[in-house]
Ligand binder design. Structure first.
Ligand SMILES: Nc1ncnc2c1ncn2[C@@H]1O[C@H](COP(=O)(O)OP(=O)(O)O)[C@@H](O)[C@H]1O
Ligand SMILES: Nc1ncnc2c1ncn2[C@@H]1O[C@H](COP(=O)(O)OP(=O)(O)O)[C@@H](O)[C@H]1O
Ligand code: SF4
Ligand SMILES: [Mg+2]
Ligand SMILES: [Mg+2]
Lengths: 261, 261
């Protein structure tokens, strides 16, 4: 049965880096499809080696888009799609995700011979198209990327409210470290507070920037490194995870108290 | 004539800190109204000394909200309002702004004896309620807060697309420094590239955290400091600014090129 995973988190927290690297890890033994659901449309850049056209761009040009138009082959045959976003100020920023989900569904891209589908979803607001992967069973499990910073945890808590509201399944919290003091304790305590756990910890590493400049994943450019092993480890933890919860988000006063101590 | 200013920027970039401090600076000689348009609803916390109820919270409880219910007095008589946001996963995150603008309009809160109205607006997505201050002439001038980081400048460029689309006036770019190498050059070059300028530069300072812990602005807690003077200087630059442009945002390839050099 196809594993359908949604990765949420605050903009800039490291979702695309994590999604592209775990996809590259899975690609060794699995058929993988990565779907970018962030208007930044750059999730798949390090898999394909360049930015690919978004579904929104493509349907503007072509009335009848085919799978070949929208699905690109990346590193180790990972299949790549970008939803895209409309021009700012013109309609809902999540519209790209809505159009993309509809089209992928219609074209039968979600075929059974896929082992893993990973959605990379903007998490600064949980509304409109950005709630679709939670809402419409496009994804069965959610992981939230955070650091130990207030802003990232605030967004994570907010995403939990959306996950709970839409009765989706939280698999765990991924700590993408920013080098904050006591970062892992803070993130672990946060995870515990909302009824979840830390699925994996990814340290800060210059290899991320170095591989990104070459439009590659760490798995591709530094495949023998410790950092690559940690992405493989995270991929494995996600794949074998069987604990899912409906999270218990904190109300704002409890959250502020939690962070201030 | 009332000066109506909207401050936009990526979540966590420092909008609320800047808005509350320039409001405190203006309050000495002007009647000021601050309107939080970020679902985080914490713009006015350092002016009032605590979190105030949001308009969305209040209209849920009271059918006929009066100005006394929604407008709170803060430091030096700055008037404070928070729009709030709906529960994540339930409707548009910008709905709080839409409801708030309608109610403030109906209640005549935008009276002529106000000298300055400042909107603090989430800028990660420029859609729904978050585009309202640009769209409906609630604000006449826009300033964008950024740092030298890719994510912040990407968001700033995105906001410029919204400002241009909605034919709003960009007054300038505010650099809230994060301590990046060559930060001021990067932000200045970005401003120049989009046809604007840097209106002010605010350095990173521990006084921000220290006053925030006391739910105060730097102006209130460290009124004689250099940091307080810089907020006053920024307030003055904004107040006396007469150059406005419709910005020329960069397309994604030009933006990536700009950042990579
Ligand atoms: N573990 C890490 N170590 C160092 N830099 C990182 C790490 N993870 C992400 N980054 C950097 O942070 C920035 C944002 O990451 P990205 O994956 O694009 O975030 P998102 O997709 O959540 O917006 C990128 O410039 C990336 O190079
Ligand atoms: N100039 C500064 N120096 C140090 N910390 C700052 C500065 N400006 C903002 N911060 C900190 O950054 C965080 C985010 O600022 P905030 O004003 O709440 O951002 P926004 O309103 O854009 O989400 C806060 O914790 C604040 O204390
Ligand atoms: S639903 Fe969310 S993404 Fe769509 S217009 Fe509203 S704020 Fe923007
Ligand atoms: Mg991304
Ligand atoms: Mg704020």
């Amino acid at each position: 049965k196809t594993k359908k995973i949604a990765i949420y988190g605050k903009g800039g927290i490291g979702k695309s880096t994590i999604v592209s690297n775990i996809a590259a890890a899975y690609s060794k033994d699995h058929n993988v499809l990565v779907i970018g659901c962030d208007p930044k449309a750059d999730t798949t850049r390090t898999l394909v080696g360049k930015r690919i056209p978004t579904i929104l761009d493509i349907v503007k040009e072509k009335r009848d888009a085919s799978p070949e138009d929208i699905v690109y082959q990346g590193f180790d045959e990972v299949q790549c799609v970008e939803s895209g976003g409309p021009e700012p100020g013109v309609g809902c920023a999540g519209r790209g995700v809505i159009v993309a989900m509809g089209l992928l569904d219609k074209l039968g891209t979600f075929s059974d011979d896929l082992d893993v589908i990973i959605y990379d979803v903007l998490g600064d607001v949980v509304c409109g198209g950005f709630a679709v992967p939670l809402r419409e069973d496009f994804a069965d499990e959610v992981y939230i990327v955070t650091s130990g910073e207030y802003m990232a945890l605030y967004a994570a808590n907010n995403i939990c409210k959306g996950v709970k509201k839409l009765k989706s399944n939280l698999g765990g919290i991924i700590c993408n470290c920013r080098g904050i003091e006591n970062e892992i304790e803070i993130v672990s305590e946060f995870a515990e507070n909302i009824g979840s756990k830390v699925t994996g910890i990814i340290p800060r590493s210059k290899m991320v920037q170095q591989s990104e400049i070459d439009a590659k994943t760490v798995i591709e450019k530094f495949g023998d490194s410790k950092q690559a092993d940690l992405y493989r480890e995270l991929a494995e933890s996600i794949y074998s995870n069987e604990d899912f919860v409906i999270p218990e988000p904190m109300d704002i006063d409890k959250f502020d108290q939690f962070f201030r101590k």
